[in-house]
Design a protein around this ligand. Structure first.
Ligand SMILES: [Ca+2]
Length: 558
């Protein structure tokens, strides 16, 4: 009997004397505000992600980068973006920089992905959704199929239509979709969030008899423009946003305080004062904006619903208990209004897209929420995507699963910590090329700081910069929403970034700028010229990338 028990125990522990390695599900949301999930203070129904948040650890001071591809490269490799080949999204990368090491525009082969790191430990590796690290699929060696993932169905672009293969920008003639490294069509009745989960369940299910652990990367198109959702999800929110953006920013802040995400006694920036006032918007435009927000909410609600189906499947298969879930976003909410750009307006006329009220959020509809509602969904933070202020960088992070305590962690954490943590969980050590810190102690309930007061964390994306050190942060945003001058904040005391201390604490400012200069030197950051303009750069790159687009743009410019 004793021998039998010993044998059973050894079997349960695996041949190396360790307990069975956990499955890992990494869920990445595109362009999400800090308070978009209900657990973080939002009004949209996200019960499945909220359940993971309640079971696991919610990180309230987690920072990613301000843009898609650099965040994804850092998340998947644990390295600085300037060493991965994706210092910025390739669509706005000046062409002349492509030959500079680190600025290739696609994922370098020496920047190992989490999938490549986990393969030697026997993991089955799957990915569905947005990749955006292989230069629109032109660099096939950088597609996930060639970067450690066994099975993939992916989009290699910044975004795309959620119902079909149509592109969402003139830069792409159509959305580049790949299945296992080969160009592919989309199936009938495609809706992005639903399909990514269906396909992921199919991948897992095909290998269900192989008891090796799996790594599943589900990278949603939600909440990237064009915002689109099935009608029944949109209908739930048609009246939710009628009070406008000032009310939403305030309501989100209040609820964030109640949920413990933001301290109760701290100010926030009156960020909306520099934009349009809700009261001055005409009734026609208000109708479109209120419904656009309903589409935004419906898209998030739909994604959560489908995440619920993945969780239910894992529970049915008895896999849920040994699965670590990581839910996070690549950057803050999208505040661009593409209709302000003439090239986009001209391009739209060549497509099947429209912005009709009745069908907003449908297959041929092009929806965005605009600057003001983006600022509201980033509440209580300042600014949004593309900026190094907290609204661009601070997004939700939820980690749940075996060994993870339930609670809130309010210490500074960073996008590169995810790869470090997974390395540590699987191997008990962190690969030396990873610059992030393992969150294992934090997940076990430790309230110790992850980064010591003497450790600096630098960031540069598309000419905007930040550096975190101890309680302090320096930030420099380019116009129009910044001055291109360094500002200094104590984000521990002032997470709303209301009080620029640059003049009051010149020595602290000099200390952090010196640390930033060292960061630039260490990572080979190219300083962008003062007249750099991302929209112009995207037009130039569009002309270079796409002969058809040259004709379309030239036609309308003339
Ligand atoms: Ca994004």
């Amino acid at each position: 009997m004793r021998l039998f028990l010993l044998a059973a125990l050894l079997l349960a522990m695996g041949i190396h004397g360790e307990s069975k390695k956990p499955n890992i599900v990494l869920i990445l949301i595109d362009d999400l505000g800090l308070t978009d999930l209900q657990a973080f203070g939002g009004e949209i129904d996200t019960p499945n992600m909220d359940a993971l948040a309640n079971e696991g650890m919610m990180f309230t001071n987690y920072h990613t980068t301000s843009e898609c591809a650099p965040s994804r490269a850092m998340l998947l490799t644990g390295m600085d973006n300037h060493n991965t080949g994706l210092p910025m999204i390739p669509e706005v990368l000046p062409w002349k920089y492509h030959d500079t090491p680190g600025y290739e525009g696609y994922l370098r082969d020496d920047a190992l992905t989490i999938a490549e790191m986990l393969k030697p430990a026997g993991y089955k590796t799957y990915m569905t959704g947005k990749w955006h690290l292989a230069f629109g699929g032109r660099e096939t060696a950088a597609l996930p199929h060639n970067r450690g993932f066994d099975k993939t169905f992916i989009l290699d672009a910044t975004g795309g239509n959620n119902f079909n293969h149509h592109s969402y920008l003139p830069y792409y003639s159509e959305s580049p979709w790949f299945k296992n490294g080969q160009k592919t069509e989309l199936p009938e009745n495609f809706y992005s969030s639903e399909f990514f989960v269906d396909q992921m369940i199919e991948f897992i299910d095909e290998d269900i008899t192989n008891e090796a652990p799996f790594f599943s990367y589900v990278s949603f198109q939600a909440q990237h423009i064009p915002l689109q959702a099935p009608q029944e999800f949109i209908d739930k929110y048609l009246d939710t946003y009628k009070a406008g953006w000032h009310a939403l920013r305030e309501k989100r802040k209040k609820q964030a305080v109640e949920n413990g995400i933001f301290p109760s006694d701290k100010e926030i920036v009156d960020s909306l004062s520099s934009f349009d006032s809700w009261s001055e918007i005409n009734e026609e435009d208000k109708k479109i904006l209120v419904k656009s927000m309903a589409v935004f909410a419906g898209m998030l609600d739909a994604m959560d619903f489908h995440i619920g189906r993945l969780i239910a499947y894992l529970k049915e298969q008895g896999l849920y208990e040994n699965t670590i879930f990581i839910v996070t976003a690549d950057n803050g909410p999208e505040g661009n209004d593409p209709s302000e750009h003439e090239a986009w307006r001209n391009w739209l006329k060549t497509t099947t897209y429209n912005r009709d009220y009745e069908t907003l959020g449908g297959e041929d509809s092009y929806v965005f929420i605009g600057t003001e509602f983006a600022q509201a969904t980033a509440s209580p933070s300042h600014l949004f995507k593309f900026h190094m202020s907290e609204g661009g960088l601070r997004v939700p992070l939820i980690i749940s699963g075996p060994g993870v305590k339930s609670g809130l962690n309010k210490n500074f954490t960073f996008v590169t910590d995810i790869a470090a943590t997974l390395n540590d969980i699987v191997y008990g050590t962190v690969d030396e090329r990873i610059i992030g810190k393992s969150l294992r102690d934090a997940l076990a309930g430790s309230a110790e700081k992850v980064y010591s007061d003497s450790e600096a964390v630098g960031l540069e994306v598309t000419g905007n910069s930040a550096l975190f050190k101890g309680d302090f942060k320096i930030v420099r945003n380019r116009p129009p929403h910044g001055t291109n001058k360094w500002e200094l904040f104590n984000i521990s005391d002032d997470p709303g970034e209301t009080n620029n201390l640059a003049n009051d604490m010149p020595e602290k400012l000099i200390e952090l700028i010196a640390a930033y200069d060292k960061y630039v030197e260490t990572n080979g950051v190219i300083e962008l010229p003062a007249d750099y303009n991302w929209a112009e750069e995207m037009q130039i790159n569009t002309l270079k990338m796409n002969a058809g687009a040259i004709y379309r743009i030239a036609f309308f410019i003339i």
